[in-house]
Design a protein around this ligand. Structure first.
Ligand SMILES: Nc1nc2c(c(=O)[nH]1)N[C@H]1C(S)=C(S)[C@@H](COP(=O)(O)O)O[C@H]1N2
Ligand SMILES: [Mo]
Length: 464
């Protein structure tokens, strides 16, 4: 049976053992029959004298039983439940660090099924394992929201198959109170609903020249949905940010081994505390009104509006307040622009979405009857709402009409009706400018890992 080590700590004023009635309750709770009623077997317990710290070692079929048993201790102070092994178990599996990451006990979705679902929904699958697929431009048609099944999917590891009943969001580190919230508790907290565009930083990578290794995304690694969940600030306020905290670290349930990293890792990203508080971030459990699909992070994911989607950690199981700048793989080794400027290397972190527009109609290579032609698309920027979209059909730029709410969290639709009389091949282009004055470049600056390609898109059509 799985083994756990539990640590309970409280401060001196709240020592339950000082009060005889509380003390008796504690002994009753820890008594072997009561422990057995909770489905646990305690192998031993001890209190560190003078330190207000108790440890016990327990066996239980799963962590949720331990969590249920320790619930009363959380009222007196903090509780940490740590998955453990016997010494023999650790030696047999190749050392303390070995079994931890690769999804641990988390079951993964069958890669074949996951891939088939994506193909059936019409995604263009770039890689089956881990699953990576983009949405295709014609499917962006018909407004602002991408149906869940057609939303692009970007994964670094296998897809964890988490179960809502046993799920916990653990909040710890430099906090005043550690939290361990169940799916039900999260769903009962006040919620917020936000329209937000997620775009992979590698979207458009295939158009960089010279070519860049990595997922060869065309322009479909971007989609928009309506997300519902608990505002991240509410959770941070409930836990209380303790002195010395500098960043908020988000850890997904997924992980594994990578060629260029010495030990297995989990998917982790951090935000500075001010970004965590001010970005409008949500801990989302609904996507377009439905429970988060498993590919997109069920049961809970972070959504950081206006940021490249690398920040929006899926299958979120832990939030840790840390007293340092986080240097994990996906924070430090990847997701940086590495430009070569005048023979010098310039490095900038990938964070807010670059200004960008896409033409959704007509599609590439379409044959269009000459005369009044409607050109439609979407435009977005994480820095400021869109100020203007201009469209060219080989000649002058014409300003398109923006439709709907200006927002820096979600893309906005645009439309232009223009006269195209000259028959033959024609190139359509659209270029967006945001209210911060940033304009899409003709050619985005090449960078070593191929991020943020917001070059003006060109679509070849035939006027008949
Ligand atoms: N846990 C976890 N979260 C993750 C990732 C991941 O691999 N694991 N990929 C990130 C990246 S790079 C992107 S672009 C988005 C993709 O979200 P989606 O698959 O819902 O479109 O999730 C982000 N969050
Ligand atoms: Mo991404």
């Amino acid at each position: 049976m799985p083994l756990f080590i539990v640590r309970h700590q409280h401060d001196a004023e709240h020592c339950p053992a000082k009060d005889p009635a509380m003390g008796a309750m504690l002994l009753g709770h820890m008594s072997r029959p009561n422990v057995a009623r909770h489905g646990l077997k305690i192998q031993g317990e001890a209190v560190v004298r003078g330190a207000h710290t108790m440890f016990f070692i327990a066996e239980a079929a799963d962590e949720s039983l331990v969590e249920a048993f320790v619930a009363p201790f959380r009222q007196a102070g903090s509780v940490d439940v740590m998955a453990a092994s016997t010494c023999a178990g650790v030696v047999a599996s190749g050392g303390c660090a070995a079994p931890l990451p690769a999804l641990g006990d988390v079951p993964a979705l069958d890669p074949e099924t996951a891939c088939q679902d994506a193909i059936d929904a019409g995604l263009v699958v770039h890689r089956a394992h881990p699953l990576n697929g983009e949405t295709s431009v014609p499917q962006l048609l018909g407004g602002v929201i991408m149906p869940n099944a057609r939303f692009y999917v970007r994964n670094h590891f296998q897809i964890p198959n988490l179960d809502a009943a046993g799920y916990r969001l653990n909040v710890g580190g430099r906090v005043e109170r550690t939290l361990s919230l169940s799916y039900r508790e999260l769903r009962q907290m006040p919620s917020q609903t936000t329209l937000a565009t997620l775009e992979c930083a590698g979207n458009g990578r295939v158009w960089f020249d010279p070519p860049i290794p990595g997922e060869q995304w065309d322009i479909g690694a971007v989609s928009t949905a309506e997300w519902t969940g608990v505002p991240l600030v509410d959770i941070l306020d409930r836990a209380g940010i303790a002195a010395g905290a500098q960043e908020v670290l988000f850890r997904g349930a997924d992980g594994g081994s990578l060629e260029d990293v010495p030990t297995p890792i989990r998917y982790e990203r951090s935000l500075r505390i001010d970004d965590a508080r001010n970005s409008g971030a949500l801990l989302a459990y609904l996507m377009n009104g439905e429970p988060l699909p498993i590919h997109h992070g069920f049961p809970l994911r972070l959504i950081v509006p206006s940021w490249y989607a690398v920040a929006s950690v899926k299958w979120l199981t832990e939030i840790e307040l840390i007293d340092r700048v986080f240097t994990g793989h996906y924070q430090t080794d990847k997701y940086w622009y590495e430009f070569e400027r005048d023979g010098r290397d310039v490095r900038e972190p990938v964070n807010l979405l670059q200004v960008r527009s896409l033409i959704t109609e007509p599609g590439p290579d379409a044959e269009i009857e000459g005369g009044d032609v409607t050109i439609r698309g979407v435009a977005w920027s994480g820095v400021a709402p869109i100020a203007r979209v201009e469209v060219s059909a080989g000649g002058d730029w014409h300003e398109a009409r923006l439709i709907g709410e200006p927002s820096r969290k979600a893309w906005q639709r645009w439309e232009l009706v223009t006269r195209l009389d000259r028959r033959g091949p024609t190139t359509l282009r659209a270029r967006a400018t945001d209210r911060a004055g940033r304009i899409q470049p003709e050619h985005a600056e090449w960078n070593r890992l191929g991020y943020g390609n917001n070059s003006v898109q060109q679509i070849a059509v035939q006027i008949t």
